[in-house]
Design a protein around this ligand. Sequence first.
Ligand SMILES: [Zn+2]
Ligand SMILES: [Zn+2]
Ligand SMILES: [Zn+2]
Length: 560
Amino acid sequence: MQQICANSWCQEPFLVEKEDEEFFGKLRRAAPELRDIPPPVRCPDCRQQRRLARRNERAFYRRTCSMCNRDILAMYPADAPFPVYCSACWWGDKWDPLSLGKTFDPKRPFLEQFAELQRQVPRLALFGKNNENCEYINHSENAKNCYLCVDVVAQDTYYSKWMINCRDCCDCYQLEKSDLCYESQYSVGMNNDIYAFLSDQSCNLLFCYDCEGCNDCLLCTHLRHKRFCIMNEQFTEEEYRKRLTEIDRGSYKTFSVLLERYHDLWRTTFHRQHQALVNATQCSGDLFYNCQNVRHSFGVIESRDCAYCYDAGHMQDCQDAYEPAFNCELQYDCHACNRGKRIAACSVCYDVVGCAYCDMCHNASHLFGCISLKHKEYCILNKQYTKEEYLALLPAVIGRMQSDGTWGEFFPASLLPFAYNETVAQEYYPLDRASAEERGWRWKEEEHAPPNSKKVISAAQLPDHIKDTPDDVLNWAIRCEATGKLFRIVKQELLYYRKMGLPLPRLHPDERYRQRMAFTNSRKLFERTCAKCSKTMETTYAPDRPEIVYCEDCYLKEVY
Ligand SMILES: [Zn+2]
Ligand SMILES: [Zn+2]
Ligand SMILES: [Zn+2]
């Protein structure tokens, strides 16, 4: 069925495919909370943008916990219109979110009543569960000794995003089961790799791209199961090790030369039509690991029969899911609902079944329009009902949403707890202030509180070599070479650079993040011609990107 996106600024045509319609049939039968849920009226991009705008990963504020008054770090500034609790208070049992419950009024729009609830219910300062000794960490579970990370299940890991079962990594993105990696991306089973990209099961790589199963290589591309190569040339072990001792990577000058060479390699080598396609059958989109029948999706691992999913793992029969993981089933238009089943329009609800329009509810089932509930069932707007009362009231609530024109739609812009430019939406769908506000999103001028330090130095004044870097550097504020923003080195980070023999970074963590993400492709398919055979292909490399891109056939011929 051909549709036109209902957003007036978009109006892109899009398809509701036969498989989508089958999915909705299944969904409607799956739980009473999902009855009569209609197919989407907005295009996949507008739907994803709306979910992204509900995720603030990196805008942190110092404020106090609204319960214990301790100084905390939060996703919400001190003047946020709702209470914000620290992790201990929010997860603790000294408060009862049901005490704020509201009786549904059929004469008023449902989401208007939800908005009132949202202004009163305490929110969790940073999303996390079972994290230990972690600071500046968000959307993470079971992390230990991590600093400034998002989406991690990791230990001793810093400035990294989307890391599963990793240890001792810094400035990395999308790694699984990897240790001792620095500035590496999109790989599984890495060990001691520095600037390695798409190199599964590799070890001791330095500045390598697409070198699967390789060990001890420097500045190589597209190798398989090789050792002791430099710029794709084979050396003996002895010669390789000798050459390596001549490279003093602890020196910032030497390191920068290597990095420049790596960027040259990136520009001059060929890239694959799909950034990553590992054991993927009947999939459309990009970045798949072990997937079957996953359509129009990006960054999905270990999943089947899904569509319009992004940065997701371990799912079955889900559509429009962003950042869910670990055994998810029949999710529709949800954000970050780990282990969620038979749910729609929920945000950051873990271990929930049969819920709709819920925000930060955990280990719960059969909730509708609830916020911050844990271990509860049969509630609407945080009010407890018996099972019978709940099931009797539900059709009236859904009926009200149908007549409001909001049924089946994710939380609208007016209900966002964040400003647009505080969220990931600004990374994937950048807008200026005027266009964001025109579309109903809030905007917040960036606040940059300089670190409290006795000494401020420019990055160029840092010692060239890590071995000459004194402990006192921990007391300095360093001015980022690119943005001029001040940043600090934290103790565990300094120890990491010393252990790894790496020079201190000269860019602010935000700028490092921005540069790293520039190597990751957009979540969108473009038409482009293969640089080798000129065949037309679909790829996530936008046509205006300078990389040389090969179609799957040409790529496979070159590499294998
Ligand atoms: Zn649209
Ligand atoms: Zn507290
Ligand atoms: Zn080709």
